[in-house]
Every structure is written in C-alpha cells, then in structure tokens.
Design a protein around this ligand. Structure first.
Ligand code: MBD
Ligand code: FE
Length: 282
C-alpha cells in the first residue's frame, strides 16, 4: 500500500467534515423541542447508566473526554457516526419499502459527478489497477415496469482501498460517475473492482479500534444512489461474495440482498455482474 502513509486520517477526516458542512444536510434541521428533549434525555441517561452499571473511574472518564475531543480535532465525526450509527438510521428510514434493500451512504459521497449515458465506462486512470468489472442491470418500479432513463450514481474505492477526493494524488472524479439508463431502464457500466476498505488507523477512530481490539475493515463494496422520477431515492451498497469481511463489516452495512453474483466476463477480461434495482413509488 504505497500511499497509505500519505492518506492520513486527518486529511480524509477533515475532507469528510468539509463535505458534510457543504452538503446542505446541516440546514435541514427541524427537530422540535419535544423531540430534542426526548432524544437528548435518552442519550444522556444511557451514558449515565453505563457509568453507574460499569462503575466507570475518573481515569476512564478522562480518557473518554480526551478521545471525544480528538474525534473532532481529526475531523472524524462523519466517519465515526457513519460507521457506528448510520446503519440503524438507514433501517428506520427504509423499513416501509417493498422494493430494493438499501444501505448506508457513508462519508465519501460527492454529488453531481459527471454524467454519461449508458453504456459507459466510469472515469479512471489510464493505468488503473485491478480487475475490470462490468456492472449491468435494470431499474424497475415495484410493479415490475422498467424505469426509463433512471439515474445510477456510482462511487467506490480503488484497488488500494482509496476514494478520490479523500486520499491524495487521485484524479478528482476517479471511480465516480452518474449514469443514465436506456429507455428500458437498462444500464451497463465498465469499472474496476474495488478492494476491501480499511478505515484510517491513525486518527481517533483508529485509536478506539486498536484500544478495544477490534478490526478496521469494511468488505469491498460499490456505493450507489439510484433514482427515477416519482420514486424514492435508493442509497445502497453492493458486496462481493467471498470477501472475508462480509460477515464482520465494521459499519454493519451488509445485507444478504446486497450480495452480487460475480461471473467471469463474457468479453474474456475481468468479471461481470448483473444486479436489478427495484424502486418504491414516492
Ligand atoms: C467507507 O468507505 C464507508 O463506505 C463507510 C460506511 C465508512 C467508512 C468508509
Ligand atoms: Fe465506502
């Protein structure tokens, strides 16, 4: 992993924090006083219950305080929350759906990636390393009707596990793109199979993982946002069978419905997979 030392937690963490600030999500806060009172009280009470039940010492309390300060200094709140909390929020948000299962967005989404009509090749370096992956399928509504011109936003890590715009030295839109399906909702995207992803080990989250004896891995995954007029936006991740971390994803974001079926490519180079998305009417 040649660029591991330069892809520091502080750099990717603060990029994720900046991204979140710019995302517009912070301006959509409209929790009522009643709701804030309920949720904040439950959170504070849960922490106090742990202190009393586990007889937490001053040393432990101060270590916790120092660690919380460091999470902010390292810009790792988006990372921490998306890894350890977002999966439950996603479950709540999508439990009503009849269509496709979704998964968490994570900290590394960038909106408005350059758009191309399917069939297309995602933007990549001329010497991009890895196994070529043809990712194809169809987007349909829950009644089975194809969704013409559905939009598939795809972003994922490279062969070394790095995301463009969050690790140094990678072209801006590398392995990121928006793809418009054809009139039958079919899409065909050429990309490169991503590597498993290790969350940065040199920041506050990594410090916690090491101190607790956990591991820092997510299985290899594709990130997607699939949308069509009159339908709910689907945020999902897709996974590769046989990945050693499919069963113990640090972000608890793997679901059986999100496993790809990977076959040797008909073209003779690399692999291919077909995955159909089903969107719920809005
Ligand atoms: C990732 O690539 C990711 O998808 C999540 C959820 C957390 C950290 C890094
Ligand atoms: Fe990811």
């Amino acid at each position: 992993m040649s660029i591991e030392s330069t892809a520091s937690a502080a750099a990717s963490g603060s990029a994720a924090t900046d991204r979140f600030r710019q995302s517009g999500k912070t301006s959509t806060v409209h929790a009522s006083q009643e709701r804030v009172n309920l949720l904040a009280s439950k959170l504070v009470n849960a922490v106090n219950d742990i202190v009393l039940e586990e007889r937490v010492t001053y040393d432990e309390y101060n270590a916790f305080k120092a660690w919380l300060i460091k999470v902010g200094e390292d810009g790792e709140w988006p990372l921490f929350l998306d890894v350890w909390v977002e999966h439950s929020v996603e479950d709540v948000a999508t439990s009503h759906r009849h269509g496709n299962k979704g998964s968490i967005e994570g900290p590394y989404y960038i909106p408005e990636a350059p758009e191309q009509k399917s069939p297309a090749k995602i933007s990549m370096r001329p010497d991009e390393k890895g196994t070529p992956l043809l990712f194809q399928g169809q987007v349909r509504s829950t009644d089975g009707s194809p969704l013409p011109n559905a939009k598939i936003e795809l972003w994922h890590a490279d062969e070394e596990g790095y995301y463009s715009q969050f690790a140094p030295g990678i072209p801006e839109w590398n392995l990121r793109g928006s793809f418009i399906a054809d009139a039958q909702g079919n899409f065909h995207i050429d990309t490169m199979q991503p590597a498993p992803y290790q969350i940065p080990t040199d920041g506050a989250c990594g410090q916690l993982i090491a101190a607790a004896g956990w591991h820092a891995w997510r299985p290899a995954h594709l990130h997607l946002k699939v949308s069509a007029p009159g339908h709910e936006l689907l945020t999902a991740q897709l996974y590769f069978p046989g990945d050693p971390h499919n069963e113990d994803d640090i972000a608890t974001a793997v679901k059986p419905e999100l496993m790809l079926d990977i076959k040797p490519a008909e073209s003779g180079t690399g692999v291919q997979t077909t995955y159909d998305f089903v969107l719920d009417p809005a």
